[in-house]
Design a binder for this molecule. Structure first.
Ligand code: UDP
Ligand code: MG
Length: 312
């Protein structure tokens, strides 16, 4: 029997730990053919999350596993730790706050049995979310999809069921600044998206504020885009071009109106423009090398082979 292991990052989720277990247990009561277990990752919670986990583990035994961090390292680190310590043939990533409804699991299993490597929940309504937040998220997706090699799906959440092979592939990307959404897209594989309505969190508050999200979006962008480094070359070249046009203009003026010569202002402006353009272009060239160093440093795999799916 194949085992589905559910990885749950938890940061101050004391009131959610046990209800999540109950919900998952309820869902699996109706699922045959698959065994299941939960792997909680306590991301340095400062409330009673760890105590809750200890209690749950002692009452539920093998169904519950947990890892506990020495401090709050962030959700990305918790996801990495969870995936790295997981052993199930299928791995699910799920938030602790029940915003990722366990009731979707049967449909995800169906997707995997159809031959997909990954089934993700895609939020179709943004009910209960501030307008500005949705607007920025839209902007973020359109920039990311145009500027980087990632293709992110609007509303695609981290709530995923993945095959072991896909999880192992994600772990092959060992970069420190992790952006899981991007990594999931980068490794390839076939993803089936299942739509769902936004759900309010069960208890507690969201750990994200607006600036946190902007920072997250920015780090995702930087992790996958070398475009900003390269854009500099174009900027520098344009300035050099403008200075060349300006130089021609000065020469023409000097020949046609020799009596107006003498201030030297034009020459100085031209020199400043030209030298500025050359310096910016050279910075761009250096940026190009830095971009390559950045790419090489990540030591990402050169290719990922797809072995098989769990198609039934
Ligand atoms: N989380 C975490 N570490 C953090 C912040 C959040 O492990 O530093 C977990 C959190 O416990 C939850 C999930 O990440 O299970 C999503 O967080 P949250 O519900 O605050 O985000 P939102 O649903 O508002 O995007
Ligand atoms: Mg949440």
């Amino acid at each position: 029997m194949k085992r589905i292991e559910i990885v749950v990052p938890c940061y101050n989720e004391e009131p959610c730990v046990a209800p999540l277990y109950d919900e998952v247990e309820k869902t699996f009561a109706g699922i045959k053919d698959y065994d299941w277990s939960l792997l909680y990752v306590n991301d340095g919670s400062t409330d009673g999350t760890l105590k809750e986990l200890e209690q749950l583990k002692s009452s539920k035994g093998d169904k519950v596993q947990y890892i506990s961090f020495a401090r709050n390292f962030g959700k990305e680190s918790a996801i990495y730790a969870g995936l790295k310590n997981s052993t199930g043939e299928l791995v699910v990533l799920m938030d602790a706050d029940l915003q990722h409804p366990p009731a979707m699991l049967p449909e995800m299993i169906k997707g995997i049995e159809e031959g997909y490597d990954c089934c993700g929940a895609r939020r179709v309504s943004r009910k209960g979310e501030p307008v500005i937040r949705s607007a920025f998220s839209k902007l973020f997706y359109s920039i990311i999809n145009n500027v980087t090699e990632m293709k992110l799906v609007q509303g695609g959440s981290d709530f995923r069921m993945m095959t072991r092979q896909m999880v192992d592939s994600m772990l092959m990307l060992t970069e420190r600044e992790r952006f899981s959404k991007g990594i999931m897209s980068w490794v390839g594989f076939d993803t089936k998206w299942i739509p769902y309505e936004n759900v309010e969190r069960l208890a507690g508050t969201s750990k994200w504020n607006f600036f946190g999200l902007v920072k997250y979006a920015w780090s995702g962008f930087i992790a996958f885009a070398t475009a900003p480094l390269r854009a500099v070359i174009y900027l520098g070249s344009i300035i050099v071009l403008i200075s060349a046009i300006y130089a021609i203009y000065l020469v023409v003026m000097a020949i046609s109106h020799p009596e107006q010569n003498g201030s030297g202002f034009g020459t100085i402006a031209l020199l400043i423009l030209f030298i500025g353009g050359v310096i910016i272009t050279l910075l761009g060239v250096i940026g190009e090398y830095i971009a390559r160093i950045y790419i090489e440093l990540k030591h990402r795999p050169i290719y990922i082979e797809k072995i098989n799916t769990l198609k039934k």
